[in-house]
Design a protein around this ligand. Structure first.
Ligand SMILES: Nc1nc2c(ncn2[C@@H]2O[C@H](COP(=O)(O)OP(=O)(O)OP(=O)(O)O)[C@@H](O)[C@H]2O)c(=O)[nH]1
Ligand SMILES: [Mg+2]
Length: 270
């Protein structure tokens, strides 16, 4: 099974950071897109420090609002607004996207004829989808797989607005399990998908004890049993009839990445 593992591309990650740094340098506003299910986990302090160093205004965009209840989104907005202008949207279904225009207009420097907005953040948070919302049609390529956008691309969204799509940035120091849990790596990139899935199941059970019943009709509370049951239900078998637990782990991780398996982190209480 080790043969089809695609290791983390460190050179690609470094290149992405270089590109993002360059884009921030020439942007008038930076959007930091985070995932509503785990806003702190998909937030990047390195990115925010870079933006501060360049002295550019930053807007936090909490995306995938359709996956999280509204009161939770409001609390996250309140939390982030202590530091940055913040909005929550569901780019895929165009929920709340008029706020995006409003906040960009509000933050935009008044003396610029054309405003350049850099759309940055972790892989898979919906940067390219947001570009398409602003552009008004499908122009930037999007994908359910993390790490899809490889190059910087600039689009004109309005007479006065240019938007720049960027590759997702990954903190190099994080281990692959932590990155998979934060939607930044695909299950086929993991050397130990079962380990990652077990960690994910523990977090899921902790945040929503009913989530595996609701999603897969599985009643167990033991992570290994949950994987076994999923393999059984889907008929994932190895040669000789043994259950293919690794396949079940990959499916679970993929469902988490694509929002078929949904639970979310609660906002800080104050
Ligand atoms: N549920 C939900 N899914 C979304 C939303 N916005 C984007 N997605 C999905 O998330 C996946 C990733 O979206 P992209 O726009 O390609 O994400 P990205 O940030 O450009 O990703 P990279 O290019 O890999 O860094 C796609 O399958 C989108 O359809 C949203 O508001 N809600
Ligand atoms: Mg993209």
């Amino acid at each position: 099974m080790q043969l089809d593992v695609m290791p983390i591309d460190i050179i690609g990650i470094r290149r992405a950071w270089r590109n993002v740094r360059r884009v921030i340098g020439k942007a008038d506003i930076v959007l930091e897109v985070v995932d509503a299910r785990d806003p702190l986990g998909t937030r990047s302090s390195k990115l925010e420090n870079l933006v501060k160093r360049y002295n550019k205004p930053l807007i936090i965009v909490i995306n995938k609002a359709d996956l999280v209840p509204r009161d939770v989104l409001e609390k996250w907005k309140y939390h982030f607004e202590k530091e940055y202008p913040t909005i929550y949207i569901g780019a895929k279904n165009r929920l709340g996207t008029t706020f995006l225009w409003k906040v960009i207009k509000k933050v935009a420097p008044q003396d610029k004829r054309v405003v350049r907005v850099a759309v940055t953040g972790f892989p898979n948070v919906g940067k390219s989808t947001i570009i398409n919302v602003l552009k008004g049609r499908h122009s930037a390529s999007t994908s359910p797989k993390a790490g899809h956008t490889k190059h910087v691309q600039e689009f004109r969204a309005a007479q006065w607005l240019k938007v720049i799509d960027t590759p997702g940035i990954i903190p190099i120091e994080e281990d692959e399990e932590a990155l998979a849990l934060r939607f930044a790596l695909n299950s086929e990139q993991l050397s130990d998908p079962i380990g990652a899935a077990i960690r994910l199941i523990r977090i899921g059970l902790n945040l929503d004890p009913t989530v595996f019943r609701k999603t897969y009709g599985i009643e167990h509370r033991d992570p290994e049993k949950i994987l076994e049951e999923l393999a059984k239900k889907r008929g994932f078998l190895l040669k000789g009839g043994k259950l293919n637990i690794e396949e079940a782990a990959r499916v679970l991780l993929r469902d988490w990445l694509t929002g078929k398996l949904v639970f979310y982190y609660p906002p800080p209480s104050s």
